[in-house]
Design a protein around this ligand. Structure first.
Ligand code: BES
Ligand code: MN
Ligand code: ZN
Length: 496
């Protein structure tokens, strides 16, 4: 299929002449023993301070005028698929001025790793490492990368894995672009239009509900959050199905295109980065963009509530009560806890479609960042087996998630005096769990559900080999991995 990025990735037996920079893998412990790949002088590497650490690179001038790039892989015993993703990303950055790259490191892949997985990781790493958000720069510093030749044998399976890696990485980059686009230009209507364009290109269904349709569908959470805004809300439904589906998975993404806090206004510092409060919705749309290439054996449905959260003259007041799609009434005691209000409508609609499982992704709470830092997402849910499946998928995909509990005895902290439930607890302790307990109210009984709080990892505060400062596209790889290996979770088995 036609790819969005112009970068060609090929499997070749010998490095092509055009390769201007060739990445070779170097194990840290072999280097200590004075051993290095052909054409690379270990003394030169040592003089450059290269120790073979994962993600470390060292450019070595080759004999024929080309470049060799030594790629650190760490100690041989520790090498994992993720090591190769990181090494490829580091290569893309070290050789960003070279249009044609090659990597020759299949020889370093230990028996215990599947070459297919390494091939996928190499393709992902190259594209993720080359990513830049340049749309708004007058004089952008572009990546010159045009092609990557992967040296090795392996045939159709390895080739397919390279293609899959490319599709996955392009999806991640789409999510990054959406997160990086300012809130004043990526409005809810613009996001919905983008979804329609991507759907047409990548062959999945897109249905856009405008304000009237949202009112007709009684999405009171979305309407309540939108009330202070001049921008209309949208609700986007996505759908994709293979010929024979093993089940149905629903994906719900928080789509706050800018979060000012509403009347519970944030500080300026608190608003920086809040153009990225639609990272959950971006991850879901981006995941759909790769389904036609990855072809998981399940039907996939997507639900994206889109609005900004603004403090306009008729904004939802503190103390107002909203009625969510499923009939639950919610007292809004803090308009900055808006994500859970729009997700409540999304989870209600998803539940009505009776999927075999639901996953939601949301930049939901600062509290989750206090608990787990900026690089690890929190995962919560109502079904231990399904939460474990999400954790396993994240592990394989190389994204960090860690479980948090949903203690039943904390639920009474969101009992309301006037409505069925309130949107914040009185105390601030355990804010990520309170948000999770709130969301759980809108998941129909018996549907396995996992909630990913991606407030930390959705945006990076500094460059690293695989991601630039800004949107990371977190969640896309995990979702694609989860869908590809999906099995219906066993009935019952409630968690915590
Ligand atoms: N979008 C924010 C959460 C967030 C904070 C994401 C920082 C990324 C970085 C969310 O809507 C929010 O404002 N949450 C409040 C909840 C509180 C009012 C209960 C928070 O975390 O402070
Ligand atoms: Mn908020
Ligand atoms: Zn928010």
């Amino acid at each position: 299929m036609a790819r969005m990025s112009p970068i060609a990735i090929e499997l070749v037996r010998t490095p092509p002449e055009a390769a201007t920079a060739m990445g070779v893998g170097v194990f840290a412990d072999r280097l200590d023993d004075g051993d290095a790949p052909d054409g690379v002088d270990p003394a030169f590497l040592a003089a450059q301070g290269f120790k073979g650490k994962p993600g470390q690179t060292c450019v070595v001038p080759g004999e024929d005028g080309g470049l060799i790039v030594a790629l650190g892989l760490g100690p041989e015993a520790d090498v994992a698929v993720a090591t190769y993703r990181k090494a490829a990303a580091a290569l893309a950055r070290a050789a960003s001025r070279c249009p044609h790259l090659a990597v020759d490191l299949f020889d370093t892949v230990p028996e215990r790793l599947a070459r297919r997985d390494v091939a996928q990781a190499l393709a992902e790493g190259i594209l993720l490492g080359a990513y830049r958000y340049t749309a708004l720069k007058s004089d952008p510093e572009r990546s010159h990368l045009e092609s990557l030749a992967v040296v090795g044998t392996g045939g159709a399976k390895v080739r397919a894995a390279l293609e899959r890696g490319q599709a996955v990485a392009e999806a991640v980059c789409l999510a990054r672009d959406l997160v990086n686009q300012p809130g004043g230009s990526l409005t809810p209507t613009a996001f919905a239009t983008r979804a329609e364009e991507v759907g047409a290109l990548r062959h999945f269904g897109v249905e856009v509900l405008d304000r009237n349709a949202i009112e007709a569908e009684k999405l009171g959470g979305l309407l309540g959050v939108n009330r202070g805004s001049e921008e209309e809300p949208r609700f986007v439904r996505l759908s994709w199905a293979p010929e024979r589906a093993r089940g149905t998975v629903a994906l719900v993404g928080k789509g706050i295109t800018f979060d000012s806090g509403g009347l519970s206004l944030k500080t300026t510092e608190g608003m920086v980065g809040m153009k990225g409060d639609m990272a959950g919705a971006a991850a879901v749309l981006a995941t759909f963009s790769a389904l036609d290439a990855v072809r998981p054996p399940v039907r996939v449905l997507g639900y994206l509530p889109l609005t900004d959260n603004m403090p306009g003259g008729d904004a939802t007041r503190v103390g107002d009560v909203l009625r969510i799609r499923n009939g639950t009434t919610v007292e809004v005691l803090n308009t900055d806890a808006e994500g859970r209000l729009v997700l409540a409508d999304g989870l209600s609609l998803a539940s009505e479609d009776e999927p075999d499982a639901i996953v939601d992704l949301a930049t939901l709470t600062g509290a989750c960042m206090v608990a787990l830092g900026t690089r690890v997402a929190g995962v919560m849910g109502n079904h231990e087996g399904f939460v474990d499946a999400v954790r396993a998928a994240a592990d394989t995909a190389g994204e960090a998630v860690w479980p948090l509990p949903l203690p039943a005895d904390m639920r009474r902290q969101i009992d309301s005096d006037v409505a069925d439930i309130k949107n914040v607890a009185g105390a601030r302790w355990g804010g990520a769990l309170i948000a999770g307990l709130f969301l759980q109210e809108f998941v129909a009984d018996g549907i396995p559900w996992a909630h990913l709080d991606i407030a930390g990892p959705a945006e990076a505060s500094e460059d690293d080999p695989e991601a630039r400062k800004g949107g990371t596209g977190f969640g896309v790889r995990t979702l694609l991995e989860l869908l590809a290996g999906f099995r219906k979770p066993a009935k019952a088995g409630a968690a915590s």
